[in-house]
Design a protein around this ligand. Structure first.
Ligand code: ASP
Length: 294
């Protein structure tokens, strides 16, 4: 590991071992927090076995695979893309929106044309496996949110690099069999992801509609700014949703957070959620405490 002022740390939602390890390795080699987070989440975007992120992600009800992503850096710059078809690395694309355009968010066709111009590879995201599962789903076409899909879902990642700077990325195919055009929390700055380099960062996974209603990641960073630990801040953000929505047993909401000191925390409604944490060169899985115990 290069000698660094600060120990690099990477955390991410769910048990995405390889993605978090890739980010940790990138940080240890001296990469910035933003680029390391993008390298990390790309592992899941490119893994076709993962049906909730990137290529191989489950489609909407009409069979379109549409991806959402956001990134935010240590200067408070951010970029996002929504409803992107045929491009896998949407977190990297969100960074391009941030660095190469005067805008924060591009949607659908505009985002795809921009991806093409930026040299991103166009490819089919609807894999044989997702098609098979979709055909099964069509038999009943019943839409209900699935809690803890195969124990992995959206990947939201927060990294601290050797300079002590914090940045993050969040990327998803959204809720499986969502309505055409539906966009969740992941590309919404403040909901799926928020960074303030003076304070820390947070990322979300679960029912995007609920996370958006409480602007959950922004809330966690603000709670940390006011002195809460990352753990307490994640718990309070989950409690806001629980207190406001009596239907909370029917969906998952989960957060991960890191503060400027490198302390981390995570919390969720339903058990089964985990956070990965890379620290001191070791990548560990942390089973997150949940509000509901079974
Ligand atoms: N938060 C994502 C969304 O609502 C999905 C998930 O993390 O399960 O699009």
């Amino acid at each position: 590991m290069k000698s660094m002022k600060y120990d690099p740390i990477a955390i991410c939602t769910w048990g995405f071992v390889s993605a978090n390890a890739a980010a940790g390795k990138a940080l240890a080699s001296g990469m910035t927090a933003l680029d390391a987070a993008i390298v990390g989440v790309a592992v899941e975007e490119e893994d076709i076995r993962n049906t909730t992120v990137g290529k191989g992600g489950a489609p909407d009800r009409e069979g379109n695979v549409t991806l959402d992503a956001s990134v935010m850096d240590q200067y408070g710059n951010c970029g996002a893309v929504v409803c992107v078809e045929n491009y896998t690395n949407v977190a990297a694309l969100a960074k391009k929106v941030m660095t190469e355009t005067p805008h924060v968010m591009l949607a659908g066709e505009g985002a795809q044309e921009f991806a093409e111009k930026q040299g991103f590879k166009k490819e089919e995201l609807f894999t044989e496996n997702s098609k098979k599962e979709y055909r099964e789903w069509l038999k009943t076409a019943e839409y209900k949110p699935i809690i803890n899909i195969e124990n992995h879902d959206t990947i939201g990642m927060i990294c601290r690099d050797g300079n002590g700077d914090i940045s993050g990325a969040c990327t998803t195919s959204g809720l499986s069999y969502k309505m055409k055009g539906r966009v969740g929390d992941s590309p919404i700055i403040g909901a799926g992801l928020f960074i303030d380099n003076e304070v820390g960062g947070a990322a979300a996974t679960g029912m995007g509609e609920e996370i958006m209603k409480s602007v959950g990641s922004f809330l966690i960073v603000e709670l940390m700014r006011n002195g809460m630990s990352p753990q307490d801040a994640c718990e309070e953000a989950v409690m806001r949703t629980i207190r406001k929505n009596p239907g909370f047993k029917d969906f998952q909401v989960a957060y991960v957070a890191m503060n400027k000191k490198g302390e981390t925390g995570s919390y969720c409604i339903h058990k089964g959620f985990a956070m990965m944490e890379y620290r001191d060169g070791v990548n560990s899985r942390i089973d997150t405490a949940s509000y509901l115990k079974d």
